[in-house]
Unconditional design. Structure first.
Lengths: 135, 135
DNA sequence: TTTGCTGCAAACCTTTTGCACCTAT
DNA sequence: ATAGGTGCAAAAGGTTTGCAGCAAA
């Protein structure tokens, strides 16, 4: 028996997407990443960017968040579980570490559920944007 | 001074959407709700369903969650803040009450953020689906 | 040589919008 | 009569997919 899938090939496009994603501080959309790749001179199809990004997200190498009607991606170097604090204005992101996730599991099992995943996302304004927007 | 917006009118369509939404145990998509309204004999435009659902969500009368690439809505009778435990297989939903949300605010301000909103969503399998899927 | 990957464009889907008409108030 | 609400169809996005050609292994 072999549960191995097809062998993955190494391509210029894969590298480019990964590298460009690594240069992003915060979450970027596929469209935006594609735009940056273009202006960086890497001619890569939008479809490929989507395919790569989805693959990265699925394998856990990238985090994703939905914001403004689009999926945002971010490289995830350490695969430890973490959550996000996201500025609604500029997109600045900080990873946060919930002090205790046990209660989630407890709550789940209290309702007869098994917990396979969960998300904690905090939205707000970062310091700079608070000033900028005069709030 | 009057911050009052335009006066809201009472219509057959508003009633129908609200009533149909009330009959849903769990989250439904706009499309699905529209489908149900149709088979219930209420001829209501899809656009109107979207407009109503969005209005309800904005006013806090409905919760929303994003699942499977679409926005899901659920009537929210008590407007207290709460979160969800969602079965990934059948969509069954349970409202959960986080024991302490103060740490979220603390974490936010520790990073210079103001917190405007947050989401906690727990995904897993409910008891029935665990058996059904033989997990 | 094989076959996974890519690019392109078309297809998809959900959601939003413009606008003329309808109808509570 | 006034103006908010509705329906329809078109438009708008973002994202996926079919397929022929390209290029790793």
């Amino acid at each position: 028996m072999s549960t191995n899938g097809p062998v993955s090939r190494h391509t210029r496009q894969k590298d480019a997407v990964l590298q460009q994603l690594r240069e992003c501080e915060d979450f970027v959309s596929a469209q935006e990443l594609h735009r940056r790749l273009e202006s960086a001179g890497s001619g890569i199809g939008l479809a490929t960017v989507y395919r790569r990004l989805n693959a990265l997200a699925q394998s856990g190498s990238a985090d994703t968040v939905r914001l403004d009607g689009q999926q945002m991606f971010r490289i995830c170097e350490d695969s430890r579980h973490h959550h996000h604090l996201i500025c609604e204005n500029c997109g600045k992101t900080v990873e946060i570490e919930p002090p205790d996730e046990d209660w989630l599991r407890k709550i789940a099992s209290a309702h007869g559920f098994t917990m396979s995943s969960h998300t904690v996302e905090v939205f707000g304004l970062c310091g700079e944007c608070q000033k900028k927007l005069g709030k």
